[in-house]
Ligand binder design. Structure first.
Ligand SMILES: Cc1cc2nc3c(=O)[nH]c(=O)nc-3n(C[C@H](O)[C@H](O)[C@H](O)COP(=O)(O)OP(=O)(O)OC[C@H]3O[C@@H](n4cnc5c(N)ncnc54)[C@H](O)[C@@H]3O)c2cc1C
Length: 434
């Protein structure tokens, strides 16, 4: 398994919210697979930079591409790329989860009491929960210390989540909504009239859709929750709104406001389209995070469907290949598009693995390795060395893992993630010298 970073686990480490440790338990399963003598982790090797795909291919009988969706969707509105304190949720999440790429993001959480998240999925809710949770609770998780420091100083008390369609079309799920409703000293604002009118308009379909009905009941319960004292914090689900422009402070170029266009819904109630009304309203905010989805990037020499943003495949077999038994497979977000939780990702990994086993059993996989006398990674080692790469083994990762857990113990946390690659490599070097 080739991995660009010295550490394994992808978005389970860098995406999943720090206060959801139970979700990360899947790591134990991954780690037990890594114990198998037939498995090899080759970390700190970026395919496309340290090794080209074409160089890798002759050394393996089968290759599974599973590099996820490394980019995020943009809003495409004026000010998005130039105004300060406007980020993707991916970057913001990566910053608090210790991704080396985003460790220097430095979001300013002090110059405004309001943050805007564009999107109404579970990632948007993760971000809102992190911004509004009591910091002492968050500080006990594996969140990075730099994020805890910034959250302690944070002035953000109000988070608006913007969705272009209505409550029935929101993408978050009941568990995440319940967690938001349970936040202490935090009230939920929604347009209850809109919720009731959508429920009424779509009553027939809702009668057959228990999870969605439950979600609507929860929304109403959350918005009508009573507090003994007026809460100091709030989160607002703004439905039927699309951001159309970001407004900077003229002197500092920091974000001052977002202009939102009101939408109306057209088409079938099951899958309505948001259509702009031309009515614009201004929402003051000092931080904007877009959470509207991810995008996979093509790999040179591999077919790619740029409209769907994935590698075309049939049950994980890359389907554009002229030779149907080319030994090229795909799995994860790259296979079915950047949506779905870990369970869904595991199910389609099983589907891809089943395709490989079937191809082996049917004798369809020509052994390129045997015919070329190659020995997988062993045959690529020298080339990597020549290029100055420093491949990391699973044992090396275990040194990093141990150092993180030890550093976390001192702070009452499960781990303190090491956030830069150089420091990771120093720990590896020390581990190898022992
Ligand atoms: C913010 C966020 C929160 C989430 N929270 C949850 C949750 O609470 N529960 C849940 O079930 N699911 C959650 N998910 C979804 C879950 O993370 C995904 O289903 C899953 O991680 C997708 O797996 P993947 O292998 O396709 O991609 P990834 O997990 O992204 O793994 C891809 C790996 O490929 C590596 N890579 C990329 N390019 C290269 C290259 N050129 N060379 C070598 N290696 C490369 C990356 O470093 C990465 O390690 C969340 C997702 C996000 C974005």
């Amino acid at each position: 398994m080739y991995e660009a970073l010295p550490v394994p686990y992808g978005l389970v480490r860098f995406g999943v919210a720090p206060d959801h440790p139970e979700v990360k338990n899947v790591i134990h399963k991954f780690a037990s697979i890594a114990e198998d003598a037939r498995f090899r982790f080759v970390g700190n090797v970026n395919i496309g930079r340290d090794l080209q795909f074409a160089e890798l291919k002759p050394h393996y009988d089968a290759i599974v591409l599973s590099y996820g969706a490394q980019e995020d969707q943009h809003l495409g509105i004026p000010g998005e790329e130039s105004i300060k304190n406007v980020f993707s949720a991916r970057a913001f999440v990566g910053w608090y989860n210790g991704s080396p790429e985003y460790r220097n993001l430095n979001p300013d959480l002090t110059s405004s009491d309001t943050a805007v998240v564009v999107g109404q999925g579970n990632v948007a809710l993760d971000v809102a929960r992190t911004l509004l949770s009591p910091v002492d609770d968050i500080a006990r998780t594996d969140i990075t210390s730099h994020a805890v420091e910034a959250l302690r100083k944070s002035k953000i008390k109000h988070v608006h989540l913007i969705g272009r369609r209505g409550p029935l079309q929101a993408a978050f799920t009941a568990k995440e909504l319940r967690e938001m409703i349970a936040l202490p000293d935090t009230k939920l604002n929604i347009d209850l009239n809109l919720v009731h009118s959508q429920i009424k308009a779509d009553a027939e379909a809702l009668a057959k859709d228990r999870p969605r009905r439950r979600l609507m009941e929860l929304l109403i319960k959350g918005a009508t929750k009573t507090f003994s004292e007026e809460p100091s914090k709030s989160w607002t689900l703004q439905f039927l709104r699309s951001p159309v422009e970001l407004v900077p402070h003229p002197e500092t170029n920091a974000l001052k406001a977002v202009l939102l266009e009101k939408n109306t819904l057209q088409g079938s109630p099951q899958s309505p389209k948001a259509v702009g009304t031309g009515q614009i309203e201004e929402l003051s905010t000092g931080l904007l995070l877009r959470s509207i989805g991810y995008r996979s990037v093509p790999f040179r020499g591999v077919p790619f469907d740029s409209r769907k943003g994935l590698i075309p495949n049939v049950k994980g077999r890359v389907s554009d290949e002229k030779d149907s038994a080319s030994g090229l497979y795909v799995s994860g977000w790259l296979k079915r598009g950047p949506t779905g939780v870990i369970t869904a990702t595991m199910y389609d990994a099983i589907e891809t693995a089943t395709s490989i086993v079937e191809d082996v059993q049917a004798g369809n996989l020509k052994s390129q390795v045997a015919s070329k006398g190659s020995d997988g990674f062993e045959s690529l080692k020298d080339l990597l060395k020549e290029r100055g790469a420093n491949p990391i083994s699973f044992k090396d990762w275990e040194s990093i893992d141990k150092a993180e857990i030890t550093a976390g113990e001192a702070k009452g946390k499960p781990r303190e993630k090491i956030v830069d690659v150089q420091s990771m490599l120093k720990i590896v070097a020390a581990g190898r010298a022992e």
